[in-house]
Ligand binder design. Structure first.
Ligand SMILES: [Mn+2]
Length: 426
C-alpha cells in the first residue's frame, strides 16, 4: 500500500515583488516577474499531475490579502479544478493572510462531498478527515486547522487530538499554519517542535515561514513557492512525499520558482588583477546557474579577500562587471547590489615611514610594550567586572597571543585601507 502527495504553502497570490523597481524599464524582465508567481504555481500543479500524486496540501496564505483580487481567485480556481479533473484531492487551510473570513462561499462553492476541501468552508474549521485511496480504503488521516481570523494568539495544539489505537494504523498528517519555536506571544499560532512531535503524527504540513526547511524531517515548511524580495534567497518550491507501508520513502524538494534571489559571497583573494577578478566573478555565477531552470537571477554580490589591486576597485569597475554579466548571461542575470568587503594588501615598508594616521596606527600596532600594557589593563578591568574571573597560565598565554594577533591583523587591514584611501585623494 502506498501513496504520494505534494505539500505547497505560502503562495501569496497577489503579493508584489520588492526590489525590482529599478528594472521596470526593461520589458523582458518586467514580463518575467509579472508572470512569475502564476508560472511557479503552475509548475507546482504540473508536478502534482506529472507524479500522479493522490492529494495536494496547501498550508495557508494562498492569497496575500483578505481582499482576494479577481485574477488571483481565477488562478486558484483554475488550479483546484485542474487537480480535481486529474483525480487529485486537495486540502487547503487558511492562514493569517487569507483567514477563513476572507473566503467567499460563492466563489469557492464546493460542497461537502467535493474532493477539494477548503478547511472551514466545506468542512469544520478544525477537522479530522479520512482519505480514501484508489481502492476505496482509508490509508491516511488528515488533521487540519484553519485561521478563522487574521490573529490566532493561542497555542494551536489544543485543537489537535492524540491518536487512538485505531488511528495509529493510518498515516496521520497534521496541517497547520503556525509560528514554530518562535516568540510565545506571537499572534500567529505559536507552538514548539516538541509539542508537535508529541502527537506522533507521520507528517506535519506547516505553513507561514517563507524560507524552506532544508532538512528531511517530517515537520516541514516548504516555504513560499516564489521568493518576492532579497531576503527570500535561494531556490523556492514544494515538497514531494512518497509513502510505502506507512513509511516516508521519498521526501524531496522540487524547485518551482521562475526568478531567484541569491546572496553570493565571493572570495577573490587569488585574483592577480582587476580583469582576472572580473573573470572570477563570471565563473562563480556560471557555476551557480549552470543546469538551473530559472528565467532570471537577481544577485547581491559580496566581494571579499585581500588584494593588491585595491586601487582598481571603484564604481567604474562594478559598473563594467555588471555590464559583462548582462552580456555573458544573456540578460538572465542581474546584479542588484555589489558589496565591497575587499581589503588591500598592506605594504609594511610604506606604512612604517608614513607620517599620516595610517603610519601612526601601524607603528602603534607593532609596539609590543604598548600591546602588552594594554592587554594587562584589559585583563585587570575584566577581573574587576567579572567576579571569579581567573585564568590558568596556559589559558592566559593563549588568550593573549590570540587577542594581540587579532588586533595586529585588524590594524594592518585598517592601515592599508586608510593608506590607499589617502593615496586616492591626492
Ligand atoms: Mn502566514
Amino acid at each position: 500500500m502506498g501513496f504520494s502527495f505534494i505539500h505547497i504553502s505560502d503562495i501569496h497570490l497577489g503579493r508584489p515583488f520588492s526590489g525590482l523597481s529599478e528594472y521596470s524599464f526593461d520589458e523582458n524582465i518586467r514580463n518575467i516577474y509579472k508572470n512569475a508567481v502564476e508560472k511557479s504555481f503552475n509548475n507546482a500543479i504540473n508536478a502534482a499531475i506529472e507524479k500522479s500524486v493522490d492529494f495536494v496540501i496547501i498550508s495557508g496564505d494562498t492569497f496575500d490579502s483578505t481582499e482576494h483580487d479577481f485574477s488571483s481567485k481565477l488562478v486558484l480556481k483554475e488550479a483546484l479544478n485542474k487537480l480535481d479533473s486529474n483525480g487529485i484531492k486537495v486540502f487547503l487551510i487558511c492562514g493569517n493572510h487569507d483567514p477563513l473570513s476572507s473566503y467567499n462561499k460563492n466563489t469557492f462553492n464546493y460542497d461537502e462531498n467535493s474532493d477539494i476541501k477548503i478547511i472551514g468552508l466545506n468542512t469544520d474549521y478544525c477537522t479530522k478527515l479520512p482519505v480514501l485511496n484508489k481502492n476505496g480504503q482509508t490509508e491516511v488521516l488528515i488533521h487540519a486547522l484553519s485561521f478563522k481570523d487574521k490573529i490566532f494568539n493561542e497555542n494551536p495544539i489544543k485543537y489537535f487530538e492524540n491518536l487512538t489505537e485505531e488511528e495509529r494504523k493510518y498515516f496521520n498528517i497534521g496541517i497547520l499554519h503556525c509560528d514554530l519555536d518562535g516568540d510565545k506571544t506571537s499572534i500567529y499560532a505559536p507552538c514548539t517542535r516538541t509539542e508537535l512531535e508529541d502527537f506522533n503524527y507521520d507528517y506535519w504540513a506547516l505553513g507561514h515561514i517563507h524560507i524552506p526547511s532544508r532538512d528531511n524531517s517530517n515537520i516541514v515548511y516548504p516555504g513560499t513557492i516564489q521568493g518576492r524580495n532579497t531576503k527570500e534567497t535561494g531556490p523556492h518550491g514544494i515538497r514531494y512525499i512518497q509513502v510505502e507501508n506507512k513509511n516516508i520513502i521519498q521526501n524531496t524538494f522540487i524547485e518551482t520558482n521562475i526568478l531567484r534571489y541569491e546572496d553570493l559571497n565571493i572570495d577573490v583573494s587569488t585574483a592577480i588583477d582587476d580583469t582576472s577578478c572580473c573573470q572570477m566573478i563570471l565563473d562563480y555565477i556560471s557555476s551557480i546557474i549552470t543546469g538551473q531552470t530559472c528565467e532570471l537571477y537577481l544577485l547581491k554580490i559580496n566581494l571579499s579577500g585581500c588584494i593588491n589591486f585595491y586601487d582598481c576597485i571603484n564604481e567604474d569597475f562594478f559598473k563594467n562587471v555588471s555590464e559583462r554579466i548582462n552580456l555573458e548571461f544573456n540578460q538572465k542575470v542581474h546584479v542588484s547590489e555589489f558589496n565591497n568587503l575587499l581589503i588591500p594588501v598592506a605594504d609594511k615598508e610604506l606604512l612604517k615611514n608614513d607620517d599620516g594616521i595610517s603610519g601612526e596606527l601601524y607603528r602603534a600596532s607593532e609596539n609590543s610594550d604598548l600591546l602588552n600594557d594594554t592587554f594587562e589593563e584589559v585583563i585587570s578591568q575584566l577581573q574587576k567586572v567579572i567576579k571569579n574571573c581567573c585564568f590558568s597560565q596556559d589559558e592566559y598565554d593563549t588568550f593573549k597571543i590570540k587577542l594581540i594577533n587579532n588586533v595586529k591583523e585588524e590594524c594592518l587591514n585598517l592601515c592599508a585601507k586608510l593608506y590607499s584611501g589617502g593615496n586616492k585623494e591626492e
